[in-house]
Design a protein around this ligand. Sequence first.
Ligand code: GDP
Length: 537
Amino acid sequence: MSNHTFIEETRRRRTFAIISHPDAGKTTLTEKLLLFSGAIQIAGAVKGRKASRHATSDWMEIEKQRGISVASSVMQMLYRDHVINLLDTPGHKDFSEDTYRVLTAVDSALMVIDAANGVEAQTRRLIEVCRQRDTPIITFVNKMDREVRDPLDILDEVERELGMPCCPITWPVGQGKSFGGIINLRTQTMTVFTPGSDRGPKDFEVVPLAESDRLRQRFGQSFDDALESMELAQGASAAWNHADFLAGKLTPVFFGSGVNNFGVMEVLDAVVDMSPPPGPRVSTLQVNKQPVVKTIQPEDEGFSGVVFKVQANMDANHRDRIAFVRVASGKYTPGMKLKVQRTGKELRPTSVVTFMSQRREAVEEAYAGDIIGFTTHGGVQLGDTITDGANLQFTGLPFFAPELFMTVILKNPLRTKQLQQGLAQLGEEGAIQVFRPDVGGPMLLGAVGQLQFEVVQHRLKAEYDADVRLEGCQYTGARWITADSPADLRAFTDAYPMRLSHDAANALAYLCTSPYDVRLAQERFPKIHFHPLREHA
Ligand code: GDP
């Protein structure tokens, strides 16, 4: 246990997510951050983690086959007396919902881009999400040891794509074969590049820029070119402004090469020095159908947290699930009595863990910003608020109306119970959205990305022994339905009995076959609210 006071404990936390397009180098950088913080000893360990997860969890086969990261994970490390919580996000676009939910649990993001490819499609979508929430973003331009694009070009593109000014903190000297290192604009020093993956943070040579003759001799034209482009970049880009960064209005930019451990420490330091500690969260509890809005500060004494991810069947032999909770306030200690707001019931986890890089360990204490995993046999869902007694419901964990639908046909009707259990659990986990048509008939699965169907089909068989066939259907969208008066709702449900369904959280949804369809229904029933997204309530 540490000697920090309660307030210090929350202030020294940094919780961030790494976002990138697949292959930009996210896994590599994650590993190096862990390595440099001392959380792991040997390179290759993060890959090892991936591999061992494949072995224990069958459905991860899909990830292996496709070379994409399906699940997101959590890692905690200590660095410079700070507790850093790093959340990985799935890179594949079909899992953007999962990524969105992870981004609701962090206070900042680290964007990794491939210097040859610039800002790619998948990064763009993630940026949108960060921008909506004004999440501060640190940019890392990776793979400078390759033949890549002009750094000025990249800066320009990042500015355009992010819609916010860049502020370079380091600047590359050369690239590819001529990559000489990075200039740190603040310390006015050059850190010399040496290839290899076994260097520690202090193993790189640092030369003051004042010794420019020496640097020029060593790096020739690349050095002069770098100084010139650096000057241009500084002229064209924003000066460092911490408040703007915190408001999501400016991004600091770093250059380096993750695979060579190079430029990584600068990023780790930036997470500590620039990124914000945990911030306040808003609770909107419905009391007598009126929202009661309350802002919860990380330093508030009562424990509270929100479930932003649920992973079922981590251990195939036990029907258990881990609810990943982002602590919003207070302090968690083992044995604490916890309540799930939605049900009012006590949460009795079989274990409570923290995620120390590779290992899961029993939690001794956790503060705002930390991610803790509650292992339970049910009773928790995505979006649930958990407290030590207070009545709170955090908002901001949305479900998007699916755009792809399939009906589920069970091959062996004797497995109906298993199918229902599987769908209920996968629905609660957010792996897929499950709609039960009010008129009966096969269940409908709704997804944002096609790959979600494949994962669910695979998992139903592997984890629930329910072999299913998925068939296309006429639906192309859904809207969650609410009305101000029961009579209005009744009139609507009487008019569209064939189109109504209930989802995993038992919320009423209208299934539509085209965008016009919604418009027509809306025109016919102006008093009905059609919601394209549902926030947990
Ligand atoms: P992810 O899909 O974003 O997690 O990317 P990975 O970390 O798995 O990296 C994708 C590929 O790029 C791997 O083959 C890495 O070895 C390689 N890579 C990562 N960083 C660098 C770098 O700085 N330079 C070079 N040349 N290759 C890199």
